[in-house]
Design a protein around this ligand. Structure first.
Ligand code: COI
Length: 359
């Protein structure tokens, strides 16, 4: 049972609004807007009571199931303020559908995707003054569902809370839009087929932390995950999908159950195909990429993600060897992709695929 897409959303405004920080001070996900969207689920009644309320803490019993067994999903999308002053959501419908896909993987009751989309619009409308306008800034929107049963038995909960919070953001990486260093690991694994790799769930990120910490200590920005069985096929980076240009072929790992079906990944593949590039969604081994790095055919590598946008990769480490990619500089195609997708997001270029919607 699910609240229909046209269910009215109530609005209670905060009495103590905060001031948005200066655009130049924004990093990623450290300040939050004045309001949040909330909706509840109870078995028998379904999803109900969609509302925008003042931003504030959730009160949870210490035995709340999400705190123990991690039955939680989230997604992430952005709103952009264009030079024309309009605020555009990027691919809101696809994000709403992906949230439901993650819900199915975690036994969480699905929501009406139209209502999920309206939850994004309602929170952005309430906090429109928080959408920054400088180049490279946006409002990051974080929809999340948590299991709220108070119980210690391990089984899907009977009650849930859906909430949406927003954060004005700049670049995700401290490098900004400069190339990052990534480290492939075959000592830790994160996802296997049949597991949760393709769901956006807290567990995937918990599973990434110790390898991420080791990579950071070794001077890298992120981990490049390999498949969990043979430990040789490239999967994705902790916070973004990965793509590379070897010779004239752009390669990205296929959606085979262990990686996120990235919305930016999908958009970038579409742009590349629109431009007539040879694009392969195929298995690619770390050995093939390292060899291409050694013989100079690895021309560019970049990550794609809502937070990461299009992030150039300047160095790739694996088993004690580090290869530099494109002299450690941002590649021409990487830059062209970044420029093209951001031009659509900020409304500076036509949107032939209808990806943006004005709030
Ligand atoms: C996103 O790009 O939206 C993500 O969720 C990545 C990360 C910040 C967890």
């Amino acid at each position: 049972m699910t609240a229909p897409s046209e269910t009215p959303i109530s609005l209670t405004r905060t009495r103590t609004p905060n001031t948005r920080p200066a655009d130049a001070s924004l990093s990623f996900g450290k300040v939050f807007t004045d309001h949040m969207f909330v909706m509840d689920y109870i078995e028998g009644k379904g999803w109900h009571d969609p509302r925008v309320v003042p931003y504030g803490p959730l009160t949870l019993d210490p035995a709340t199931s999400v705190l123990h067994y991690g039955q939680a999903i989230f997604d992430g999308l952005k709103a952009f303020r264009g030079a024309d002053g309009a605020i555009r959501l990027f691919r809101a419908q696809r994000h709403a559908e992906r949230l439901n896909k993650s819900a199915r993987a975690l036994c969480i009751p699905e929501m009406d995707p139209g209502l999920v989309r309206r939850s994004f619009e309602a929170i952005v409308a309430a906090d429109h003054a928080w959408v920054p306008s400088s180049p490279g800034t946006s409002l990051y929107i974080r929809p999340t569902v948590i299991a709220t049963d108070v119980m210690l038995g391990v089984h899907p909960a009977h009650s849930y809370t859906y909430f949406v919070i927003c954060s004005p953001v700049g670049a995700y990486y401290k490098e900004g839009v400069k190339p990052v260093r990534i480290l492939a690991t075959d000592t830790h694994v994160r996802a296997v087929q049949g597991g949760l790799g393709e769901a956006k769930t807290a567990a995937n990120y918990a599973a990434s932390l110790s390898a991420q910490q080791e990579a950071e200590r070794a001077g890298y920005t992120q981990v490049l995950w390999l498949d969990g069985v043979e430990r040789k096929w490239i999967d994705e980076v902790g916070t973004m999908n990965i793509m590379m240009r070897i010779g004239d072929e752009v390669i990205t790992p296929p959606l085979a159950g262990t990686i996120l079906d990235g919305v930016t990944r999908n958009s970038i593949l579409q742009l590349l195909r629109d431009w007539g590039h040879k694009v392969s969604e195929r298995k690619v081994s770390i050995d093939e990429v390292m060899q291409a790095g050694r013989d100079g055919t690895l021309r560019e590598m970049w990550g794609t993600g809502t937070a990461a946008v299009v992030s150039p990769v300047g160095e790739l480490g694996y088993k004690g060897e580090t290869i530099r990619i494109g002299q450690g500089q941002t590649g021409a195609l990487t830059q062209k992709l970044y420029d093209a997708i951001t031009a659509i997001q900020y409304g500076r270029a036509p949107d032939p695929h209808g990806w943006t919607s004005v709030v």
